[in-house]
Design a protein around this ligand. Structure first.
Ligand SMILES: NC(=O)c1ccc[n+]([C@@H]2O[C@H](COP(=O)([O-])OP(=O)(O)OC[C@H]3O[C@@H](n4cnc5c(N)ncnc54)[C@H](OP(=O)(O)O)[C@@H]3O)[C@@H](O)[C@H]2O)c1
Length: 308
């Protein structure tokens, strides 16, 4: 019997990992480590799994949550604040060691290992720390979520009525992939084993540039959405003052480095692994885009979720 402990199960990716893990192993083999146990979803509460509080900022809580488990999934901390993020990940890795975890899975991101994107730097530091920890690990560089396309598409919101999208520096291909496919693939990899001490990319099966995204959105909405690759200042001017962190100049200039990574083709990489693990075609990007464009709430919520 292998006992699994999973983090982030209330989140977009972790909830999918949890859903598929529960299909693959008995509930009695799963521990859910939650930042906020009071916020456990009905899917978690009704499943019969063991639930513990596990806050990346509180090592003692992680010791209690990880105790008795063999395999641990560390879902990366949702923030672009570099030092805090790395510190949280280190806490989880150190706790895994103390708990005698036999295999750690870490959800990294799809940018290159020598990325110039600010958002990837905490993952690079965490990957290094995990590799040097002496633990058996699998680093899963999770592909760019199809659902998160507004982050890359100039924070464009179809409901705002401005159909000129400004991005800085460069366009580039992205192998978009939906969170459900990533979650299912991650759960399968954890259960099936293998990939020991490997760093693997889970990507979509096709890349789309932002210009191609604009053409798809134009077709789906029946209006002309235009992509403009402008200067960083143009991009900052367009977004500064908007609600939340995406309206802050410091955040915008940091996020602008993403487009320097696009220029290097960092996300323009298709790896067949996820399709192989799932044994089926992946959900096409167009489908998720169509669903997102139809959201009654607009894209505001996805931007609020990640731009922090
Ligand atoms: N591949 C991509 O395109 C992409 C895009 C955006 C983000 N990401 C990264 O991938 C991760 C997973 O994405 P997601 O969609 O699942 O994010 P998400 O929906 O924001 O979920 C984040 C999870 O982390 C938990 N959490 C928050 N603070 C914590 C703490 N101090 N200790 C332990 N857990 C904590 C949250 O718990 P609560 O619900 O209780 O707050 C939630 O379960 C993100 O955290 C981010 O690092 C990847």
């Amino acid at each position: 019997m292998v006992k699994y402990v999973v983090t982030g199960s209330t989140g977009g990716l972790g909830s999918q990992v949890f859903k598929y893990l529960l299909k693959l192993v008995p509930a009695s083999d799963i521990i859910v480590s939650l930042y906020n146990p009071a916020g456990a979803t009905p899917a978690i509460k009704d499943s019969g799994v063991e639930i513990h509080r596990g806050d990346y900022g509180d090592p003692a809580s992680l010791d209690a949550a990880f105790a008795g488990a063999d395999k641990l999934l560390i879902v990366s901390y949702p923030s672009i604040a570099h030092e805090l993020r790395v510190a949280h990940h280190k806490n989880a890795i150190d706790a895994a060691k103390r708990a005698g975890i036999k295999h750690v899975y870490y959800t990294s991101l799809a940018f290159a290992g020598d990325s110039v994107a600010a958002v990837m730097q905490a993952h690079i530091d965490t990957e290094r720390y995990l590799k040097e920890s002496g633990l058996t690990y699998t680093i899963l560089r999770e592909g760019i979520y199809s659902e998160s396309y507004p982050l890359y598409f100039g924070f464009w919101d179809p409901k705002e009525g401005v159909d000129e999208v400004i991005v800085p520096h460069s366009d580039g291909g992205i192998a978009w992939v939906c969170r459900e496919d990533l979650g299912e693939g991650t759960a399968k990899i954890m259960v099936e084993g293998g990939y020991e001490n490997e760093t693997r990319l889970l990507s979509g099966s096709k890349t789309y540039t932002l210009k191609e995204l604009a053409a798809l959105a134009s077709r789906l909405l029946g209006r002309d959405i235009k992509l403009i690759v402008g200067t960083e200042d143009d991009y900052v001017r367009r977004n500064v003052g908007k609600h939340g962190p995406r309206g802050e100049e410091e955040f915008l200039r940091k996020w602008a480095t993403t487009y320097k990574a696009l220029a290097r083709g960092e996300l323009d990489v298709v790896d067949p692994l996820l399709q192989k693990v799932l044994g089926r075609d992946l959900k096409p990007f167009e489908e998720t885009l169509k669903e997102s464009l139809g959201l009654a709430s607009g894209v505001g919520s996805i931007v609020e979720q990640y731009a922090k």
